[in-house]
Design a binder for this molecule. Structure first.
Ligand code: AMP
Length: 256
């Protein structure tokens, strides 16, 4: 596995390996089994698996959340290598957003509801960094987790609207044995808060909006909604002990 930090190095490394199918897994690091499931899906489907590891400042509203985002590059590199990743791209912010950067991708309606309403500018940052990564790596297929269902919807819309020749693969949410969806932010939950946070997967597992709202009544809820994504989901965001958690379940059999 090769680790590179500049766009020129990514392009040079990939030029040496073409032709062949390239898969890209965009991440912010702090890998857990959810990330590894994306690497594992990409491995047999692609000749070259590229993982980007970039804590994208443009998608963080609260600078405290950005500052506290867990970072452990050596551990991440080891996990990626064991999962068979070929190339890890770890740019600094200035590599992705050099002085004078001023071009943004804004997916208008999908990017502004639900998460977008509570995190203004979040999906503008996500869409922009993803399009940049897609242009740098030129992947045939990109891999995303259903855990971030609205992010998937934003990327799907961007691929369609901007005529990108990229296949989008979405992999199921990986959960801990107790049902909590794996998230890099879970490490910030105290044991007591983690116990309270279990109300989130339990509420969503009902696949029923009214019951989910009732089960979340004791938490600090930002939203619980049925979102008309592809596929439709019951999605929620809550804050537990200062940690913001999102989760969703697919509503099979719902009208699209
Ligand atoms: P992140 O590093 O949080 O930006 O996530 C990178 C990718 O991993 C995104 O496509 C996420 O949707 C996906 N991901 C994060 N958590 C999970 C999970 N628990 N199960 C499956 N995929 C996940």
């Amino acid at each position: 596995m090769q680790t590179v930090r500049t766009i020129a190095e990514v392009r040079a490394a990939l030029d040496r390996r073409r032709p062949g199918r390239i898969g890209l897994v965009p991440t912010m690091g702090a890998f857990h089994a959810g990330h590894v499931s994306l690497f594992a899906a990409a491995r047999p489907e692609c000749d070259t698996v590229v993982v980007s590891l970039f804590v994208n400042p443009a998608q963080f509203g609260e600078s405290s959340d950005l500052d506290r985002y867990p970072r452990d590059e050596p551990r991440d590199a080891g996990l990626a290598e064991r999962a068979g990743v070929d190339l890890v791209f770890i740019p600094v912010a200035g590599e992705m957003y050099p002085a004078g950067f001023e071009t943004w991708v804004d997916v208008e309606s999908v990017g502004h509801e639900l998460e977008g309403a509570f995190r203004p500018g979040h999906f503008r940052g996500v869409a922009t960094v993803c399009l940049k990564l897609f242009n740098i790596v030129a992947p045939d297929t990109v891999y995303f987790g259903q855990k971030d269902a609205q992010q998937v919807e934003v990327i799907r819309r961007m691929i369609r609207d901007l005529n990108l020749r990229i296949a989008l693969r979405v992999l199921p949410t990986v959960r801990d044995a107790d049902g909590l969806a794996l998230s890099s932010r879970n490490v910030r939950l105290s044991p007591a808060d983690r116990e309270r946070a279990l109300a989130l997967p339990r509420a969503l597992a009902t696949k029923d909006l009214a019951r989910a709202r009732a089960l979340l009544a004791d938490l600090d809820v930002e939203y619980v909604e049925v979102a008309p994504f592809d596929p439709p989901v019951l999605a929620a965001a809550v804050r537990v002990g200062g940690v913001r958690l999102i989760d969703n379940v697919v509503l099979e059999g719902e009208k699209r």
